[in-house]
Design a protein around this ligand. Structure first.
Ligand code: FRU
Length: 502
């Protein structure tokens, strides 16, 4: 990684997760692929390690693993701070800003406090463009392109191309609904519809950071449409809330003007079962030849984001994930995989090597002991009812994950410790979460452990569970062990990453 910070030994940079060069980071913004580079902008306050006047920080990568920091793309001015948004390639110069050539457009929200009171503000949608592949950005002189119609929370524009209607669509978070605006030239926008009233999860907080994309459905039944649209929505944390901010998604149809949820309105689909996967956004313009829908999230939760331990920088992105849709018994659902650039988890579990495919029993129970650097592991096992498996992660602070199979459901429990003396943090950060998941007896588990975080994919990515930890200065290995019952391990692999800072 290119994090050139002089961090304290207990809080060195993660090896596989993006962090800012200094200061504060929250949401990913302006994700676009162009001319061989993935662009990753982010909510950034370079001058302090807590949230402040928002800039767009910027980094580029050709492989989603190694990132180069670039100068700040957008900085606050008299119109306001630069809040979250998206970017696209304007391939056919629909905006007329690129002299007939392709160029990059970034859509962002300006946030302007009025009367110097943080609770009193105006939010409007603005445009910036780059004629040099994202090396420099200019703010459009006609800003705002979408003035505020009288709504308090009016932000986080996600712009996508809708091919059948040959129009641009902007999904915008407005209070606790998503509004869809349409445009031919990317400059003039008209309201088409809104979605969200009575749908999915609502808390005291606003809806934020929408994303909208179409994906093929794996295993679609005969006669059923071969694709669906997914609407991703961040659900803001209410102050009284224990869980904090999280990401939900809806699956359905988008006809170019309106989104129709095909699941029951009161159902809630969680993109991640953990507490630290927020403001999810996907990359625009990944070439069709690649065909991937790649997502990244801010590994944090607004309940404690400003108080997590810091070392000159504060804020971490998830590892990029590839999204797909599949038909399950309960409806069409998202499936997630770590982007293939992570590499295969290569080394076979020593247990498997020593015991071939014998049944595992308690007492002979360490399946994998991954070395004390960042790493990635995967195992597949057949669990008998009553089997309990634990993943022990000293590395990311003390975290313990327990999986109990009762024959038809899988119980996922997650314990997290971690205190730093701040009473608010100490009250809100530690947790014991329990989730009941549907699953067969053949379980696949995949994890990515890095300094300060765990990303877990269960059942081949049908469920994800992502958590921040408080890094232990004395790194310990990751241990996967059987604590009750019996199981047959059919595959188990891991891959330790040599940390460049080690
Ligand atoms: C989500 C969010 C966005 C907003 C940004 C401000 O985490 O609250 O809605 O644009 O952060 O930094």
């Amino acid at each position: 990684m290119t994090n050139g910070v002089d961090a304290s030994p207990s809080l060195r940079c993660p090896a596989l997760h993006f962090t800012p060069p200094q200061g504060w980071m929250n949401d990913p913004n302006g994700l676009v692929y162009f001319a061989g580079e993935y662009h990753l902008c982010y909510q950034y306050y370079p001058d302090d390690r807590v949230w402040g006047p928002m800039h767009w920080g910027h980094a580029v990568s050709s492989d989603l693993v190694h990132w180069q920091h670039r100068p700040v793309a957008l900085a606050p001015d008299a119109q306001g701070m630069c809040f979250s948004g998206s970017a696209i390639v304007d391939w056919h110069d629909n905006s007329g800003l690129f002299g007939g050539e392709p160029g990059l457009l970034a859509f962002y929200t300006v946030h302007r406090e009025t009367a110097g009171n943080p609770d009193d503000y105006v939010q409007e949608q603005c445009l910036a463009y780059s004629r040099d592949s994202g090396r420099s950005w200019q703010k459009y002189p006609g800003n705002p392109i979408l003035p505020n119609p009288g709504l308090r929370d009016f932000r986080d524009p996600k712009v996508v191309w809708h091919a059948p209607s040959r129009r641009w669509v902007m999904a915008l978070a407005c209070g606790q609904v998503i509004r869809f605006y349409l445009s031919d030239d990317l400059l003039d926008w008209r309201l088409a519809s809104e979605f969200g009233d009575g749908q999915g999860a609502h808390t005291e907080g606003p809806w934020e950071c929408p994303d909208l994309f179409e994906l093929p459905v794996e295993g679609a039944a005969e006669g059923e449409p071969a694709t669906r649209w997914v609407l991703v929505v961040g659900v803001g944390a209410g102050e009284q809330d224990d869980f904090g901010s999280f990401t939900q998604y809806f699956v359905g149809h988008f006809d170019g003007e309106r989104f129709h949820n095909e699941n029951p309105a009161d159902g809630v689909l969680m993109m991640d079962e953990g507490r630290d996967f927020y403001a999810v956004q996907t990359w625009s313009d990944v070439p069709d030849s690649d065909g991937r829908r790649l997502a990244i999230a801010w590994l944090n939760n607004w309940l404690y984001a400003n108080r997590i331990p810091e070392a000159g920088w504060r804020g971490t992105m998830s590892f990029p994930r590839e999204l797909s849709l599949e038909e399950t018994g309960e409806g069409i659902r998202l499936r997630q995989a770590f982007a293939a650039e992570l590499g295969a988890a290569g080394r076979l579990s020593p247990w498997l090597m020593a015991n071939s495919a014998d049944a595992l029993t308690v007492g002979n129970n360490v399946l994998i002991e991954q070395g004390p650097s960042a790493g990635h592991g995967w195992l597949s096992l057949q669990m008998a009812p009553g089997t309990i498996l634990e993943l022990d992660l000293q590395q990311a602070g003390h975290m313990l994950l327990r999986i109990t199979h009762d024959g038809s459901t899988l119980q996922l429990e997650h314990w997290r410790e971690g205190r730093n003396g701040d009473p608010d943090f100490d009250r809100r950060f530690p947790h014991h979460l329990t989730r009941q998941l549907m699953a067969g007896t053949e379980i696949e588990l995949e994890w990515l452990v890095d300094r300060g975080s765990l990303e877990l994919l269960v059942d081949g990515g049908r469920y994800a569970s992502t958590h921040l930890g408080v890094t232990d200065p004395c790194l310990q290995p990751v241990v996967v062990r059987l604590v009750a019952g019996s199981a047959r391990l059919t595959d188990g692999r891991y891959h330790g990453v040599i940390d460049p800072l080690e």
